[in-house]
Design a protein around this ligand. Sequence first.
Ligand SMILES: Nc1nc2c(ncn2[C@@H]2O[C@H](COP(=O)(O)OP(=O)(O)OP(=O)(O)O)[C@@H](O)[C@H]2O)c(=O)[nH]1
Ligand SMILES: [Mg+2]
Length: 420
Amino acid sequence: MFVDRALITIKAGDGGNGITSFIHYKGIVGGGPDGGDGAKGGDVIFVADKSKTSLADYYYKTKYVAENGGNGGPKECFGKSGKDVVLGVPLGTVIKDRETGNIIADMFYEGQKVTVLVGGEGGKGNARFKNARRHAPHFSQTGEKTESKQVILELKTIADVGLVGFPNVGKSTILSKLTRARPKIANYHFTTLSPNLGICDYYDNPFVIADIPGLIEGASDGAGLGIDFLRHIERTRMLVHVVDISGVEGRDAYEDYLKINAELKNYSKELSKLKQIVVANKIDSFDSEDRLKEFKQKIGRKHKVVPVSAITGEGLDTLKAEIYKAIEKLPPVKPLEFEEFKYEKPDKLYYEILKEGETFVIVGTLVEVLKRNVVMTDMHSLAYMHKVLRDRGIIKELREMGATEKSTIVIGGEEFELLD
Ligand SMILES: Nc1nc2c(ncn2[C@@H]2O[C@H](COP(=O)(O)OP(=O)(O)OP(=O)(O)O)[C@@H](O)[C@H]2O)c(=O)[nH]1
Ligand SMILES: [Mg+2]
């Protein structure tokens, strides 16, 4: 199955907890703290992999969670780092943040690696909190928790040239003749159901051609296979617009040409502004000479018309040369432009005091950090929290807001009295 869009949920690993432990040997009383640190959780990393051609993997499995960091151990043992999750995607995959719609990455180059989510930091064990005044800290830090994120993966094929045209005009046949690609070819409409890529070896200047399913009138409103596949030629440098000059299907090549261009314009201005070479295919058919003459007249100077027969091979060398002549003057395919994505952890210093009568509730990321660092049942630990509150001016702020010894101060679900 060809999948070119997927919505997945990713999550980096939580940090492992630091632990509280004391040296414990037979016969030794009052050994010092030896609780080790927790380890960092695994990251979520995307890698561009040219061996992948669709996003099918992400249709079947939609949740990817990196391993949590291991907890610390006694004897100052560190926890084991959480394993990263590495997700391979085809070249040209654009990763977007579902929530904001912003582009996180354009996986453009083979082997390109982007870390989208960073694992939580490990918490410190109590051995790390020992200092000259605090010989036996009874507290340790829990690991940092991470949040999950929904991302949209969207494949935007990277090719130099895009083939467009009605069904059955011979697009796939042309691809099979210009490149080593072997797409399905048959005498019915919508033979091609998903994009095909081929490399045309033009001397030392190979270029990539993309063949997409045929378009029909009304494609931009969903007729036929619709216009979704145009996404795959959106970033090409030019289009090769194929028409069937044989008239065997009872259609007029010039009408077709106008209709396809109308659909392209409906899809996107940029796409309709791309350079086009028009290929009049099937010139081997009966009476095609007259029809070609008329067609060329109607097109006039709007586009260059190259007559070919994909079956006999006539005109294909000229087509190759014309394509190369055109793309040589065009800028190379570039990754999409977007603001550089920087993974940001929540601002640790933020807090807010909410007042409800005599109750003062402190909320914000500072509280989350305090919750990680403070063991509510431990005296030393509470003294540390009090110091943080005083140092940050929160105690003063509470006083200014009218808090007294009778007030209730709520921090992370626990209630306290106000002390200076
Ligand atoms: N006589 C003649 N027939 C051709 C020529 N090129 C292609 N055909 C035939 O036209 C039919 C359609 O060819 P495809 O290459 O599958 O056409 P397509 O445009 O890719 O069609 P879809 O994938 O359905 O959009 C096949 O039967 C081909 O053999 C040609 O130059 N001359
Ligand atoms: Mg085809």
